[in-house]
Design a protein around this ligand. Structure first.
Ligand code: NAD
Length: 246
């Protein structure tokens, strides 16, 4: 377990799924956590409630990361509530099935507005208030390196995320700010329940460790990425996938 006492973290899209698991884990490690949500206020408050019940500190803050004008207020909320920002986990993301035949310009724009532009603008705003020792974690996907054709657009966003992890790591390294990507394999969450229906056996069959992932598996990797043990890690994306190659 990392010791994050005194640190302040924002986890984007943490009302459910991997984001919620990550918020709970970072709080258990000692960080004060901003639980970001866009529409799931009750879910976000429930995550905050679990953190507080366990003796931690957290606050729920609404911001739609696909809207550039809502990003700065999220960063400001962390600083005004807790006085600093040490960790940004860029987790918020959307995933839609989009074969070449079905995909639309709107779907392309929706994916890139959140998964790529939101991540980049949140990093820009966070980096302005972060100091040496801060860490940015980008949640990628195994689909960046081994894409599926029926999800062209989503896979392309995660390829862009991996590239940004590298370029942002280069830019922020001299300031002592690390940027680490985490690429989950298949993780059972609300977000992919529909698209993964009927595919669980197939996906588990492709996973050497023989099970689907849970949000806590990814949260543990984020906990490592933001810890002092990862002090020499930046610009890389770590696969956390039970050995699965999509
Ligand atoms: P999810 O749909 O269960 O949760 C996504 C979260 O993002 C929710 O809290 C949602 O409210 C929030 N969100 C959606 N749009 C938002 C917006 N515009 N602004 C702010 N928040 C917004 O998803 P998940 O499965 O937990 O995925 C989380 C991340 O992990 C995503 O980036 C996803 O691409 C990535 N990922 C997931 C899997 C998987 O198998 N679940 C695998 C690889 C990568």
């Amino acid at each position: 377990m990392s010791d994050l006492s005194g640190k302040v973290a924002i986890v984007t899209g943490s009302s459910k799924g991997i984001g919620a698991g990550t918020a709970l884990r970072l709080a258990a490690d000692g960080a004060r956590v901003v639980v970001n949500y866009v529409s799931g206020q009750a879910d976000a408050e429930a995550v905050v409630g679990r953190i507080v019940a366990a003796g931690g500190e957290a606050v729920a803050v609404r911001a739609d990361l696909s809207r550039p004008d809502e990003i700065q207020p999220l960063i400001d909320a962390a600083v005004s509530t807790y006085g600093r920002l040490d960790i940004l986990v860029n987790n918020a993301g959307i995933y839609r099935v989009d074969s070449l035949e079905q995909l639309t310009a709107q779907s392309f724009d929706d994916h890139f507005a959140l998964n790529v532009r939101g991540l980049l603008l949140a990093t820009q705003a966070a980096a302005r208030v972060m100091t040496s020792g801060a860490v940015i974690v980008n949640i990628s996907s195994g689909l960046a390196k081994s894409p599926y054709p029926m999800v062209h657009v989503y896979c392309a966003t995660k390829g862009a995320v991996d590239t940004l992890t590298r370029s942002l790591g280069m830019e922020l390294g001299p300031r002592g700010i690390r940027v680490v990507g985490i690429a989950p394999g298949f993780v059972a969450t609300e977000g992919n329940a529909e698209s993964a229906k009927g595919m669980s056996d197939y996906l588990v069959g492709k996973t050497p460790l023989g099970r689907v992932g849970q949000p806590a598996d990814i949260a543990a990797a984020v906990s490592y990425a933001v810890s002092a043990d990862a002090a020499w890690v930046t610009g890389s994306t770590i696969d956390v996938a039970g050995g699965m190659v999509f």
